[in-house]
Design a protein around this ligand. Structure first.
Ligand code: ADP
Length: 734
């Protein structure tokens, strides 16, 4: 890299040389012009002198004189040749440089570039000849050449002088201060900030030096700051490390504490789970232990009621036993239901069923209670209320029973009305059932309204409280599980209105399994002409065994009894029974294991096995179904449950009490046809009257039936007179 100095010198030199060159060229021209002008002047003077000097030599034709004059003139260095011509211009003679006097052939001998002068020579106005001077510019050229050389040398000297002086000036003014600055910058670059750069000038270099010094200070400060930060950072790091260590230690301590806590929690959780399991086992046991004796109490009291030899007092006492038993069972069921809800064991079991039948049988069940309290039960149903639906039948029945029984329980006068309406949902076949149960009873205080769905809460005066306070919480849970909701409005001492909705699917009658119509009808005995069915009872509890034996032997079955599962297997092998009633919990071998083993024996798949269990838990019921029982009957059971189950699985036929009151199947079909001809309004009114047990209204409506079919009217009137409203309702339902 060429230094600045060289560059500056070179640049200045170029400028100087160019300027001088221009000046020199100009000067050269001027000199040249001057020299040529001088030469021309000299030529003019010389020709004049010659013309004057040669007049007489020519006139005298004195050649020697002529020669002499010319030779003298030839001494002038610029003169190349001088020729003389006579007046007739015939002879040209003269002298050329370095040659002697001679005749000259101008064209041949004088060649080149000359300044020429010619002058005629007169003597007394007579031309006597002419003189011609040839001046060579050689001399001028040489002079010019010398001049150029001189100037060139001066140029070189001048340049050298300029270079050296410029070099010195630049060195002291620019280069040395710059070098100092550079050295300082270099030192800074290499981390040496101690440099003591001095500012000696106030020009740009001085400004630069000040900049460098400031930069040095700035870097030094920055360095200081960085160093300080590094120090701080190191301190912070050390601090942080210390804190991290402290925290880690604290964390480890906390972790250890947490671990201990977690272990304790795990222990507590295990204990809680064990307690929960224990609760579940306890519930299962309670369910079994409470419901099993209830089965015997209710079963035997019902059996005894059939005894025709009972005195009136005994019958009344039995009634009390039965009612109290039923009430106790309801309370047990409530507590078990709540426990099941709390254990999250309640599942929705949807089936296809006859909603109409459910509603009427439920109302029928409630009617007696209502009548005892002098209350009237009304049912108001909209025409589009579905007849058959897909939903959880058991839970809906329980919901209705809870709300209607409350309405009756907490009303002293007036009526309980059940309004049934629907709202269609956007999904096809889906509809929202709206149930509104209105009573004219005690009502609920406004403050108590939000509490009534809380568990174990009973509101109102203590004398009015009946039950466990679980009915409504269970009802609410069931409704919400089924996708609906419940609300209540009430005015104290005027009545309450419970409204609940349920989304359900409408179905058609063909989708509903037909239920035996003999359900509630007393079985008298086995119909004749049937095989001798052998029935085995497997039950460890004496009372329950006796109860079931009594129910079965009363109608004529051959009954065998064993006390545990092992005995059941032995009895199956020797007796080959047609039907087995299998208890679940028994000593030696339980009912589930016994069923599994019997099903694995030859002919074990043919025998009908129905489990009898007091368990409310689905899982325990499922266990039975998994080993292959045909069905499960719940304890406590009614006679009718036992008989309809045998009717279903064994095909056994019974003779029923008051069979004549029930229409034979063929007659029923015939009546169905006639009923179709009756106006719908009449049928509905008659049915409403029957449901409301309104004898007078029924009979007056039957009068209208006479207009269509006398026979049918007669049959309907007989049913009303015998107070057999169920037959009437069943018939009209179709
Ligand atoms: P209980 O077993 O006491 O009837 P429920 O949960 O069924 O328990 O009802 C809770 C409380 O709500 C009852 O104790 C009663 O005070 C009040 N209640 C429920 N239904 C009615 C009603 N129809 N009229 C007045 N009060 C009612």
């Amino acid at each position: 890299m060429r230094s600045i100095k060289t560059k500056i010198i070179f640049s200045i030199l170029c400028v100087v040389i160019s300027a001088l060159s221009i000046y020199e060229v100009n000067n050269y021209r001027n000199i040249q012009k001057q020299l040529y002008a001088d030469l021309n002047d000299a030529a003019d003077r010389q020709i004049k002198r010659l013309a004057d000097g040669l007049v007489f030599p020519l006139w005298e034709i004195d050649e020697e004189w002529q020669k002499k004059i010319i030779t003298i003139e030839m001494l002038l260095p610029q003169t190349f040749a001088i020729t003389i011509t006579d007046e007739d211009s015939s002879v040209i003679r003269g002298k050329m440089r370095n040659a002697s006097w001679q005749m000259i052939d101008v064209d041949r001998n004088i060649e080149g570039h000359f300044i020429e002068r010619q002058n005629d020579i007169f003597h007394n106005d007579e031309k006597i000849g002419s003189v011609h001077v040839y001046i060579t510019p050689e001399f001028v050229e040489k002079q010019l050449h010398d001049e150029v050389l001189n100037h060139l040398f001066s140029l070189v000297y001048l340049s050298l002088a300029i270079i050296s002086s410029l070099g010195i000036i630049l060195n002291s003014l620019v280069i040395t201060p710059l070098r100092k600055i550079l050295v300082s910058i270099d030192a800074i670059t290499h981390g040496d900030y101690s440099g003591n750069l001095e500012v000696t000038q106030s020009d740009e270099i001085g400004v630069l030096a000040v900049g460098v010094i400031e930069m040095n200070h700035a870097i030094q400060e920055r360095q200081q700051t960085i160093l300080q930060s590094k120090n701080d950072y190191r301190l912070l790091n050390e601090n942080l490390e210390l804190r991290v260590n402290e925290r880690t230690q604290a964390f480890e301590e906390k972790n250890n504490a947490l671990q201990v806590l977690s272990e304790e929690l795990e222990k507590i959780k295990n204990q809680a789970e064990a307690a929960n399991r224990a609760k579940t086992v306890f519930l299962a046991n309670m369910s079994h232990e409470l419901r099993t004796p209830m089965n015997a109490v209710l079963g035997f009291s019902q059996l005894m009621q059939k005894d025709k030899l009972l005195t009136i007092v005994q019958r009344e006492n039995l009634n009390i036993i039965n009612k109290s038993g039923q009430h106790l069972l309801e309370l047990i069921n409530d507590i078990l239901d709540m426990a099941k809800i709390e254990a999250g064991r309640v599942v929705i079991e949807n089936t296809n069923f006859d909603l109409d039948e459910l509603l009427h049988s439920t109302i029928e069940m409630m009617r007696e209670r209502a009548e005892i309290r002098n209350l009237v039960l009304f049912l108001e149903s909209s025409s589009d209320f579905p007849h058959y639906i897909h939903a959880d039948e058991f839970k809906l029945r329980q919901i209705l029973l809870n709300i209607i029984s409350n309405a009756i329980k907490y009303s002293k006068k007036g009526s309980v009305t059940i309004h049934l309406t629907t709202e269609n949902l956007s999904v096809c076949d889906q509809c929202l059932l709206v149930f509104r149960i209105e009573d004219t009873g005690l009502g609920i205080a406004e403050d108590d309204l939000p509490l009534i769905f809380d568990k174990f809460i009973q509101v109102g005066s203590e004398s009015d409280q009946k039950g466990t306070g679980l009915g409504l919480p269970i009802t609410k849970e069931y409704i919400e599980l089924m996708g609906g909701n419940i609300s209540v409005t009430s005015v104290l001492n005027q009545g309450s209105c419970f409204t609940f909705t349920l989304p359900v699917t409408r179905i058609s009658s063909v989708d509903v399994p037909q239920v035996s119509t003999h359900n509630e009808v007393k079985v008298l005995e086995l119909a004749a002409g049937q095989p001798n069915y052998r029935v085995l009872i497997v039950e460890d509890q004496l009372e329950n065994r006796l109860l079931l034996r009594n129910i079965l032997t009363q109608v004529g079955f051959d009954v065998y009894e064993v006390e545990n599962g092992q005995e059941a297997i032995d009895a199956f092998l020797t007796l080959q029974p047609d039907f087995i009633w299998m208890d679940r919990r028994m000593p030696v071998m339980d009912g589930i294991e016994a069923t599994r083993q019997i099903r694995a024996l030859p002919n074990g798949d043919k025998v009908k096995i129905v489990a009898v269990t007091a368990s409310v838990f689905l899982a325990q019921r499922q266990e039975f179904l998994d080993v292959g029982v045909d069905d499960i009957v719940n304890k406590p059971y009614r006679d009718s449950d036992i008989f309809s189950c045998m009717e279903k699985y064994l095909g056994v036929r019974f003779i029923y009490e008051n069979t004549e009151n029930f229409l034979p199947v063929e007659k029923k079909a015939e009546n169905d046809d006639i009923l179709k001809k009756l106006p719908l309004e009449l049928v509905n009114n008659l049915r409403e009257a029957a449901i409301s047990l309104d004898i007078e209204n029924c009979l007056s409506l039957i009068e209208q039936v006479k207009n269509f079919d006398d026979d049918l009217a007669q049959q309907l009137a007989t049913s009303v007179n015998q107070l057999n409203f169920k037959t009437l309702i069943d018939l009209l339902k179709h």
